[in-house]
Structures are given as structure tokens and as C-alpha cells.
Design a protein around this ligand. Sequence first.
Ligand code: NDP
Ligand code: ZN
Length: 352
Amino acid sequence: MKGFAMRKIGSTGWVEKERPQCGPLDAICRPLALAPCTSDIHTVWAGAIGDRKDMILGHEAVGEVVEVGALVKDFKPGDRVIITAITPDWSTLEAQGGFPMHSGGMLSGWKFSNFKDGVFAEYFHVNDADGNLAHLPEGMDLGAATMLADMVPTGLHGAELADITFGDNVAVIGIGPVGLMAVAGAALRGAAQIYAVGSRKNCADLALEFGATRIVNYREGDIVEQILDLTRGQGVDKVIVAGGDNNTFTQALKILKPGGIIGNVNYLGEGESVPISRLDWGCGMGHKQIRGGLMPGGRLRAEKLARLVTAGRIHPEKLITHTFHGLENVEPALMLMKDKPRDLIKPLVILD
Ligand code: NDP
Ligand code: ZN
């Protein structure tokens, strides 16, 4: 089969590989729709998780099951499924402890395009199929369904990490597709004011549609000053970080009230350490929590988040600004993600 791979740090290309083998608990799927992720860019071009040789990229897919292992109960060939980007080993102690994304070790629930070949291929392997596939709801838009693999669960996890509660004033730093879903998540969880930080017009427009109350443009001035001005010097109760760089945490601490929480879902791709400004952290005594997390993954969560789409409470299909057809077009779609033209939010590749 052919797949689009990271050849080594800084380089991608097409590779030919054997179709993956199906273990007793596993499934083999073929993609129906795929999306590249900013994480693929960190992985290839920043070398953020170290080198990988000829590893097929991609972790966002909707697919059709072509084979299942003898012990798989709820899925059969021909089923149309959402595959979660994070595919934990559900029998591990970490999963039993509530952290499936770290099953088998830190970040080890993240298998596609990390420890094994990803989904940008004619076929791909899904471990623990009963735990990591979700039935595609009848009639669901393929674009919305593909966003349920990663963008929706990650953005909403930002709102969970920040523990947004009724009436919180919230800043969402970064309103690419992940941050936009974080805005939607904050709104669903009852935030009052949502200050959304970004600079692209179509992202800003969609942030307002998803529940942001103000847009803060980081290119037009310091976001700390802007958000402190908007809150009459008070700052916010919660911050979700879905963009920016290692210095964003210091900005987040400056705008966060004591007792507040920063929920980070940004993939920090570069640098040895993340500076935390001592004074803004209350000399270590400010009761300002910083939480960062990989999205959880798994079937139950995917099926529950799919209900939010079916019920019309979230509209992730609106993230898709560019649509391609055919597996060969994962390459230009990924390059679009790398180059980030200003009209891009998220590309989708449909396999006809
Ligand atoms: P995008 O690059 O599309 O969006 C990044 C956002 O951050 C944009 O709104 C951008 O503004 C904004 N931004 C950039 N620089 C700054 C800055 N200095 N200050 C404030 N805002 C800034 O990324 P995605 O939405 O696709 O992904 C966001 C992050 O989430 C990535 O790091 C990705 O790897 C990660 N991720 C994490 C996952 C997890 O499980 N935790 C899963 C999936 C993704 P603009 O472009 O408007 O100028
Ligand atoms: Zn992703």
C-alpha cells in the first residue's frame, strides 16, 4: 500500500509498505476522509518528538472497517467509523487511573504518527478496536465527523482542563481550529465573557459565531494590556492556551486571577524549557494552576461528542475552509497546514 510519510526530520514523501496486520483485538480500516493537523507540522518540521524514519503521517480520519480481529465485538467489515486520534490501550493501569492518553507511558496513547504508522495511507491499523472506533452517525457530514477525531476533543479538552464553570470570564489564546473548538467548549460550559486571541479574520468571525464575546488581536498590541483593559484590570478566571509559544504562559499568568486555571492543549514544539514568571505566579504561592493535556481519545468520548454535533450544539464542519479529493492530495493539504495561508482554518481530504 502507499502512504504519505515523514522520511526524517524536515522531510516528507510517499512510501510503499505492507498492509498492516490485524491482531485479535484490532481493526484495519481504509480512510474515507482525512485531515492534516498542526501537530504533524511540529512533528516533521520542528522534530518535536525526535526523529522518525519513513513513518506514515496523519491521525485524523473517518474510515471504513475492512478487517477485524477475532475478539472484536462491536465492529465488522463495512462499518463506517470515526477513529480517535489518540488510541489508548484500555487495559493499562494508566487508563484505569483515568489517564488513557498516557496508557503505557507519557503520551503513549498517541500512537498514530508517533509510535506507529498514521492514517495517511490506503489502509491503517487501529489497536483495541472496540475501545477506539466510534460508529459514524447516519447522515453525519464527513467534515464534521473528521473533526471529531481530534479538533473537537482537543478543543473541548482545553475547556475541561481549565475547568470552565458558569459565569467564568475566559481568555482563549489561539483560535485556529483547536482554539475555535475551545471557544465553543467554553461557551457550552457556561463562560460569561470569552476573549479570543488571534489575528486571522475568518478565525475571528468563527470565534464570534462559536461564542467569543471579544476578539483580541495579538499583532495589534500586547494581549496582557488589551485583556487587562477589557477587564478593568481584573483579569480572567480561566485561560485556555491553544496557540502561541513558550512565552504564552507568562502572558497567561499575568491575565489570570489568583485561584485561576490555565488549561493548555498547545503542542510545545521547540525549546528546552517553558519560562514561568516568578512574580506573576505569586512567587509560587498565587494559586494559579497550569494544566496541560493530550486529548483523551476513545470510543465513548467520540460517540458522546458526536451527539453534540447531531444535536446541533457544535458545528465543527465550519472549520473546514479547503476541501481536496483523493489520497494523493494529503500532500498539498499538509503543505497548506505548514504554510498557513491567512484564509486557512482546516483542510479536509475526501477519498471518493
Ligand atoms: P493554528 O496554528 O491553526 O492556530 C494557532 C493559533 O494561535 C492561531 O489563532 C494564531 O493566530 C495564534 N497565535 C499564534 N501565535 C500567537 C501568539 N504569539 N500569541 C497569541 N496567539 C498566537 O493551530 P491549531 O489550532 O491547528 O492547533 C493548536 C495547537 O494544538 C497546536 O500546537 C497543535 O499541535 C495542538 N494540538 C494539540 C492536541 C492535544 O491533544 N493537546 C491535539 C491537536 C493539536 P493567527 O493565526 O490568527 O495569527
Ligand atoms: Zn491532531
